[in-house]
Design a protein around this ligand. Sequence first.
Ligand code: NAD
Length: 507
Amino acid sequence: MQSILPLPTQPVKPGTSTGQQFWQSSDKTIDSYSPADGQLIARVHVSTRADYDRVIDTAKAAFLEWRQVPAPRRGEIVRQMGEQFRRYKRELGTLVSYEMGKSLQEGLGEVQEIIDICDFAVGQSRQLYGLSMHSERPAHRMFEQWHPLGVVGIISAFNFPVAVWSWNAMLAWVCGDVCVWKPSEKTPLTALACQQIIGEVLRNNNVPEGVSCLVTGGRDAGEWLANDPRVALVSATGSTRMGKAVAEAVAGRLGKYLLELGGNNAIIVSEHADLDLAIPAIVFGAVGTAGQRCTTTRRLIVQETIYDDVKNRLKNAYAQLRIGSPLDESFHVGPLIDQQAVHNYQLAVNDIRESGGRFVVEPGVVDGLGFESGCYVRPCIAEAENHWAIVQRETFAPILYLLKYTTLDDAIAQQNGVPQGLSSAIFTLNMREAERFLAVSGSDCGIANVNIGTSGAEIGGAFGGEKETGGGRESGSDAWKAYMRRQTNTVNYGTALPLAQGITFEL
Ligand code: NAD
């Protein structure tokens, strides 16, 4: 396949969005290959430790200016960024699809998420509210205010190479923070493209150099952020293994962290479900982005009386799936990110067989698509049991486990019976079942849906999950509070000095 985009022929240098003067020292590059066709699409310079230190110092200096800019004015700059992303939606969406391998529709959808969070953040910039409380002392006023934190480090995963950055950065900027982004080493070019897209807005508005920065590299660069006391908040998205390492490092210096980690999401299909709604939701949830979403449906917990019916309908639906280039909209399933991911898929398939699993839809690597990528695999379905070690783990591939239940209590126990707690759903038209699923004794996940699948969250709600998913919340609702520090203020406008709790202190 010919490269479909006008891509750079020289190694590209990261830096701040408005200048590149920091970036002279490293000749080491990350080579970014498209999983769609196996082509080398870019070489990106890797930041050295010296580059990193200069970036953090510049970001810290920028913070002193940026925090003084009124929040609605910061919101106006984010509004202009949203306009830029509208302008470049097709180009950036295509690049996301080409570099990461998700379908073009999903690539465009990811850019739409950036646009949506920009809109949300603009409104938020006028709503950074604190409460006021009634003081117990006469002639006193008590209230709270929210102030920005400082430098926010953003470590992102490959599967949402641009949206996750924007969920963090747009809110952090309206809150008055400055951002240093360390994108996945598997998708560096999309990150550079975002910096270029917003660079013009930053320059036009005379935003100080260092409000938006990028450092490139792998785990090392992520560890620099996690261990650096100059970084007030580390927001990290990725595997639970990575999240545990980041949490330990940041907690060791009593910094703040926000974690968005792995999921092992289930849909419960009740005998009262509308299967015409449930089947497409299950298939989209299980095979969308080739099973590489944190919210991918990995487990299907089906009531025993409809189990065979659901199994047969899924077999039929999977038989119609077309696997091929993500850039061709006639295909439903694109590639995995790289050959290591294909290897992990194969290991999981072996593990399922060894555990006694039976494939209802057979797995396999797909060849003969006309290009060299080697990253395409067949979405598969296996009958399994919830307690198996392989079912308890998140395998980042399109493997769906079929589990059976008798009572709703049993279904909820299976749904909750994994270490992760991101997204969950029930399909039922029975109001009592739906409410029990959402009640305190129901789903233990950060997201619990009724009659929609596990993936495809909206910007307006807080996004994140419990247990090994890390407990963080991003995007909508009051997620902005994670990017600010709360200050309680008491002002005495009277002529006496009454102490709290009725204490007297005579001099
Ligand atoms: P990963 O953990 O391999 O890498 C994620 C990022 O962390 C990369 O930028 C990487 O360089 C960096 N990193 C790795 N080790 C590090 C360390 N010790 N210290 C600091 N940084 C480190 O994950 P991935 O393969 O890119 O992404 C897939 C994973 O991300 C899945 O588990 C998926 O569920 C999860 N994810 C979660 C969410 C969510 O919102 N909950 C969203 C997207 C992806």
